[in-house]
Write a protein that binds this ligand. Structure first.
Ligand SMILES: Cc1ncc(COP(=O)(O)O)c(C=O)c1O
Length: 306
């Protein structure tokens, strides 16, 4: 399997990926001055794909840009059109992860967002599971705290802020875990290194609030919508670390991770260490929805014939 599809949208046009390169002096490479998205297109059959929440991802990217003082060059609708054109051009033969990135592209010295030109590029890679969704993840609460919104805006998907995720993930992997959970500077649960987190406690589904220094995940919203439709009581509120240990179920969600349940946190089994009823129900419904199989969630996906 190739590690990336052949064409990219690069600074205004679709060109071969091998030519879609930036100079080592590029501002965003030096200072992390950019924002990005991760979008999935699931393969329905040989020629048909289901692109999930594409417009919503570009809407978030537009907001990320606004927060950073950058300008997203297109409407989310236009960016979606370009993405679909690129998907067709790439003719993928597997599930696709789409990575748009808006970055400060000149060679100016000194970190800042003003008076520096920016460019949008999009590339696509094949992607199956980012993390195992079936086996039960072994997870560690990180010694690294989640960055705070007043240092690097957390609801913006900022390239530079992923140093924080990389530190937590590296610590987790070197300790033999699958993934990390961040606490924020208040010592409350925030999210995973690249995913939001949910717990089930006494039959209620709970996730951390928008003010907990999380990225406001698009999949997180899907989880809440599914919970509402399945009549599972849900709320967003602060979560303490030890509440996770003592909870009935915990799972991660995100575009990359999809819905992946957690069997163990810091060496403590969550319930009996098996997938819980609520996690299973939500996971199954999500996987059906993103393939475009559930009428209720048809608006989540754009089906594309390549
Ligand atoms: C830090 C972080 N939190 C949460 C998420 C989940 O967001 P989404 O569901 O929009 O993919 C991601 C993935 O983009 C992420 O990087």
């Amino acid at each position: 399997m190739k590690d990336a599809f052949d064409f990219a949208y690069f600074e205004g046009k679709i060109i071969p990926l091998k030519d879609a390169n930036v100079n080592i002096r590029t501002h965003a490479l030096q200072y992390g001055t950019g924002c990005f998205e991760g979008i999935r297109a699931y393969q329905i059959d040989e020629k048909k794909f289901s692109v999930v929440k594409c417009k919503e991802h570009y809407e978030r990217m537009e907001k990320s840009a606004k927060i950073l003082g950058m300008k997203f060059p297109f409407s989310p609708e236009k960016a979606t059109e370009i993405t679909i054109e690129l998907l067709k051009k790439n003719k993928p033969d597997s599930g696709v992860y789409i990575r748009p990135i808006l970055y400060k592209s000149s060679y100016d010295l000194g970190p800042r967002f003003c008076d520096i030109p920016e460019e949008l590029s999009i590339y696509m890679i094949p992607l199956g599971d980012y993390l195992d969704t079936q086996k039960g993840l072994k997870v560690k609460v990180s010694s690294w705290r989640r960055i705070s919104d007043n240092s690097i805006p957390t609801r913006a998907k900022v390239t530079g802020s992923y140093v924080n995720s990389a530190l937590a993930k590296t610590e987790a992997l070197s300790g033999g875990y699958d993934e990390a959970i961040f606490l924020n500077e208040d010592g409350k649960v925030a999210e995973g290194s690249t995913e939001n987190i949910f717990m089930v406690k006494n039959g209620e589904l709970i996730t951390t609030p928008e003010t907990a220094n999380i990225l406001e995940g698009i999949t997180r919203n899907c989880m809440l919508e599914i919970a509402k439709d399945l009549k599972i009581p849900y709320k967003t509120r602060e979560i303490s670390r030890t509440e996770l240990y003592a909870s009935n179920e915990v799972f991660f969600c995100g575009t990359g991770v999809q819905v992946a349940w957690i069997s163990e946190i810091d060496g403590r089994k969550i319930s009996n260490g098996k997938i819980g009823k609520v996690s299973k129900k939500i996971q199954e419904r999500y996987f059906d929805a993103v393939m475009g199989n559930i009428d209720k969630y048809k608006s989540w996906v754009k089906k594309v014939q390549i």
